[in-house]
Write a protein that binds this ligand. Structure first.
Ligand code: NJP
Length: 235
């Protein structure tokens, strides 16, 4: 098992939902968590619990992405894990999407993953190890009505992570992709915590446990891909 104590992990989209659950669980395992999102107040509230580093930033901005890595290294002098979780989504008929909405989804879900990976890979290569975990989606593997834009971003993010896995494996760097089904979060302006969602959705903590599982794999093992669903969701 890989011991997470004192390992330094950047978690994007850490202010709410899945990212927050990941940040809390990793901190509970003794990791130093660098929490990233755009909303500073939510990050500070989380950071009071995790006692790590909170960096308000936009993952779709190249300067912000580099700033996140620089701040992490200057605070802790090390970086072991990147969890690319930040994501946005909206759904509807193709002809009703504004081009700006399409661009924003690609900017966060795809370019954000690209920019953070680009910023950490040189550091991981230099140290000959590192672990990147991407929170993709089961819709990275299936198409669905009203999912033209979001689904396209998740296919693209999955392809990015899969190609990167092949590029960096010879350098001792692990890339794991997680494919959750429906998760009870604030995603797409939903309100988590309803009684109905307990049966129909995963909890953010379920996805966090999957992330913990892949990160704790022994040094010689990489979990390339992990898909999880609520039992009630057809696959
Ligand atoms: O969503 P939500 P989830 N730069 O809305 C942050 C995937 N997924 O936890 O910036 C930096 O509760 C945002 O913070 P803020 C999904 O595709 C979900 O469900 O302050 N951060 C917040 O912390 C996504 O990749 C389901 O607005 C940015 C967080 O991202 C991941 O799970 C199913 C940002 C979003 O929290 C987490 O989504 C599935 C930016 N530009 C995959 N933009 C599901 N929920 O059913 C947003 O298969 N954030």
């Amino acid at each position: 098992m890989t011991d997470l104590t004192d390992q330094v992990a950047i978690v994007t989209g850490a202010s709410r939902g899945i990212g927050r659950a990941i940040a809390l669980l990793l901190a509970l395992q003794g990791a130093k968590v660098v929490a990233v999102a755009r909303t500073a107040e939510e990050l500070e509230e989380l950071n009071a619990k995790t006692q790590g580093l909170a960096i308000p930033a936009d993952v779709a901005d190249e300067a912000d992405a580099q700033h996140i890595v620089n701040e992490t290294l200057s605070r802790y002098g090390r970086l072991d894990m990147l969890i690319c979780n930040a994501g946005v989504g909206s759904f509807g008929l193709l002809e009703h999407f504004e081009a700006a909405e399409w661009d924003q989804m690609f900017a966060v879900n795809v370019k954000g993953t690209f920019l953070l990976c680009k910023a950490v890979v040189p550091h991981f290569k230099a140290q000959g190890r590192g672990h990147i975990v991407g929170i993709a989606s089961d819709v990275s593997r299936r198409t669905f009505e009203h999912g033209t834009a979001y689904g396209a971003t998740k296919y693209a993010q999955d392809a990015l992570l899969g190609s990167l896995r092949k590029e960096v494996r010879p350098h001792g760097i692990k890339v794991s992709t997680i494919y959750p089904g429906m998760v009870d979060t604030y995603f797409n302006d939903s309100k988590p915590g309803s009684a109905a969602a307990e049966k129909t959705h995963l909890r953010p903590s379920d996805v966090a446990q999957a992330v913990r599982y892949v990160l704790e794999a022994p040094a010689h093992v990489v979990v390339d891909e992990l898909m999880l669903h609520p039992v009630s969701q057809e696959w």
